[in-house]
Design a binder for this molecule. Structure first.
Ligand SMILES: [Zn+2]
Length: 265
């Protein structure tokens, strides 16, 4: 909101990208401190009322260009929307770019995704799966490049940051297990999954939190951000830091996950 013109330029870019893919994006707007803020959504209507929602926040934290957090998530969102555009699906697929995920709105009712999830709840939308694409482009093969919020978790997981993470609260563990099993069937990239109590630091640190607050199941796909990425929330979070080969494997892997979820929900 301190770079309001740039924030809206990002919204315009996302909207145009979705339009160019042949989709019909819609703005889901609300007002904050007297200024309009916009989530951008595009829907592929399926035969069933069940919704698979893929989301990524498009704001960055103050002072950070946000290439990985969360340019990577938005790029993946747009790529996935493009791949599904024009297809017929059994579930309804929704691709949503969320505004205002970062502080000072982080985990407050002012988050774009919180407004959005609240409106879904009020309409009775049947969201069977919310997938939050959150900082997914950084990988490292250096030993001890991966850290964890608490040592008890680190004891069970790899110390090298070369995998993609699937994270959820306990309520969403069935969805988490299903999604990671589908991802692993492809054998494209190492992956690790954890369904944990949402009070553990990191577990609720993105838009999936807003959906959990409204009773919907949701998972976060992430390279674990501050627990791996040295440029997290800093001025050096620039595009040269991303690992585009492995990032692309995350996207193609998630495409398959969404295709299979669509068939089975
Ligand atoms: Zn983020």
């Amino acid at each position: 909101m301190w770079r309001y013109a740039q924030l809206n330029a990002a919204a315009d870019f996302i909207e145009n990208s979705l339009s160019r893919a042949g989709l019909h994006p819609r703005r889901d707007s609300y007002e904050l401190q007297g200024q309009a803020c916009h989530n951008i959504e595009a829907e592929i209507r399926g035969a069933s009322p069940q919704i698979v929602l893929i989301g990524a926040h498009y704001d960055s934290v103050f002072g950070a260009p946000g290439a990985n957090d969360n340019g990577s998530g938005v790029a993946a969102l747009l790529a996935l929307a493009r791949r599904f555009a024009g297809r017929s699906t059994s579930c309804t697929l929704r691709f949503v770019a969320f505004v205002n995920e970062e502080p000072p709105y982080f985990q407050t009712k002012q988050m774009g995704s919180f407004f959005y999830a609240g409106r879904c709840k009020a309409r009775g939308d049947q969201i069977a799966a919310m997938i939050s694409l959150e900082t997914i482009g950084y990988f490292s093969d250096t030993p001890r490049s991966q850290t964890y919020p608490i040592p008890a978790i680190g004891a069970f997981y790899p110390r090298t940051g070369n995998f993609i993470g699937f994270v959820s609260n306990l309520h969403s563990r069935a969805l988490l297990r299903r999604a990671i099993a589908l991802f692993r069937e492809q054998g494209k990239l190492p992956s690790e999954g954890a369904a944990l109590p949402s009070f553990i630091p990191g577990v609720a640190w993105s838009d999936q939190w807003s959906f959990w607050e409204h009773g919907y199941p949701g998972i976060m796909i992430t390279d674990t951000a501050p627990f791996r990425y040295p440029h997290y929330h800093s001025a050096t979070d620039t595009p040269d830091k991303l690992d585009y080969d492995r990032f692309a494997l995350v996207v193609s892997g998630m495409q398959k996950v969404i295709e299979e979820l669509d068939k089975s929900l």
